[in-house]
Every structure is written in structure tokens, then in C-alpha cells.
Design a protein around this ligand. Structure first.
Ligand code: CA
Length: 234
């Protein structure tokens, strides 16, 4: 039995709060609304939430201050809801610790997709922390999770964060074929509808150039035509 994920909605426009609440409830979440920054923050600090939807322009305590103060104590994922077009608001919000943002008006499917992606990413991070000291040796590769480092024949490879995460995901699920959609969801945290599948192909291609002897004839990350990618343990 699934325990419902809890979402805190902090939004002073009651109509919008209501619409958000109805829709996240419909999508299977439990929702609580607060209508100003101060009571929202008190709620977020006193109870355990899986995600916070946060309006920026709020009475008593604004969304920026909310992010800053919450982050002293908790790392609950925050999605900022902003009516403003100004890039600066989003950037400041992200700098103060928000995880993602949506500009009003946004579609409900997009909102739900982002909520799921952020919750998933957050729970994956917790799992990764638990195994962070692990060293994986596979073929001529050594993955050091505590240093985010990959060595081939003892030589350090220069991988981007996504290349690293993709490799670790495939290695941990070796010999299992994943479609591009599944990889998009598992590694990037977005579901197929909003992701660009070429991102997966490009990342695989670049990763192969680092880990394979001959990227054209890969021995580790193989393509299964019409199915997807698989990491084959030598
Ligand atoms: Ca507002």
C-alpha cells in the first residue's frame, strides 16, 4: 500500500491555491494550503512534507525569505510559482535553495509532471547518499561514489554530472535493457512527455567516447535496436 506524498501549497491567492489543491489531490497527493509566508514556513518546519509549491509574492514573509529560512533546517524540494516573467526572480529563487520553478500560467499536466520529477529526484538523492561510499569495479572501470570519480585502467575520466549519473545507473542495473524514456525518467527525473529523447542519445554517445576503447563498437554500453541501452558486464 502506497503512503500518499504530502504537498504544502503556499499561495495567497485563494482561488489559485484551491485549483492547485484540487488538482494535486486528484493526482493522488495529499495537499495542505497556507496563505502567507509566515504560516507556510511554520507549517513546513513543524511537519514533514515531500514537496512545497511556493508563490513568490506573499504577504508577511515573501517566497525568497521562505526559501532562505527553510534551507537552514530542511531540504524539502521547493517548486517556485511565479507570475513574473523576470528571469531574476527565478534565478534568485534557485540561488536561495528552490529546486525548480513554473511560470504562471502553467498547465496542470506540466505541474504534476514537475512535482513527480522533483519528488523522485529527491528520493533518489537520499538513496545515493546511503551508498555514497561504495566503490564499484567493473571490467576496466572503477567507480568511486564518494568522489564522483570514474577511472579507466586507473586513469581518471572527465565526465559531466549527467554522464556520471547515467553510467552509475546503468552499472547498478547491469544487463538490463532500458528504453530512452525510462532513462530520461530515472536519470533526468523527467517523464517522456516533457523530455527530449535526443538528450539521452547524446549523453550515451559522449559517455562511450570516454569509457569505450572504440565508441563505434561499444563493449560496455550497447544499443539494443528498437529497445534501448544496456550496460553489459564483461
Ligand atoms: Ca501572490
Amino acid at each position: 500500500m502506497d503512503i500518499k506524498k504530502k504537498i504544502l501549497i503556499v499561495e495567497d491567492e485563494k482561488m489559485i491555491a484551491e485549483i492547485l489543491s484540487i488538482n494535486v489531490t486528484k493526482a493522488g497527493f495529499e495537499a495542505v494550503c497556507k496563505y502567507d509566508g509566515k504560516s507556510g514556513l511554520e507549517e513546513a518546519l513543524s511537519f514533514s512534507y515531500d514537496l512545497i509549491l511556493l508563490d513568490l509574492m506573499l504577504p508577511i514573509l515573501d517566497g525568497f525569505e521562505f526559501c532562505k529560512r527553510l534551507r537552514y533546517e530542511k531540504d524539502t524540494p521547493i517548486i517556485i510559482l511565479t507570475a513574473r516573467e523576470e528571469e531574476n526572480d527565478k534565478i534568485l529563487g534557485l540561488e536561495l535553495g528552490a529546486d525548480d520553478y513554473l511560470t504562471k500560467p502553467f498547465s496542470i499536466p506540466e505541474l504534476i509532471s514537475r512535482i513527480k520529477a522533483n519528488i523522485r529526484r529527491y528520493s533518489n538523492e537520499i538513496v545515493q547518499e546511503k551508498v555514497s561510499n561504495e566503490i564499484i569495479k567493473i571490467g576496466r572501470l572503477t567507480i568511486n561514489n564518494s568522489k564522483y570519480e570514474v577511472l579507466k585502467d586507473g586513469m581518471k575520466l572527465e565526465l559531466t554530472k549527467k554522464q556520471y549519473e547515467l553510467l552509475v545507473f546503468l552499472v547498478k542495473n547491469k544487463n538490463k535493457v532500458f528504453s530512452r524514456e525510462e532513462l530520461m525518467e530515472q536519470v533526468w527525473g523527467y517523464d517522456g512527455f516533457y523530455g527530449d529523447m535526443r538528450t539521452v542519445d547524446v549523453t550515451v554517445t559522449r559517455l562511450r567516447k570516454q569509457i569505450e576503447d572504440n565508441a563505434a563498437i561499444p563493449e560496455y554500453i550497447q544499443t539494443k535496436r528498437g529497445m534501448g541501452y544496456v550496460f553489459v558486464a564483461p
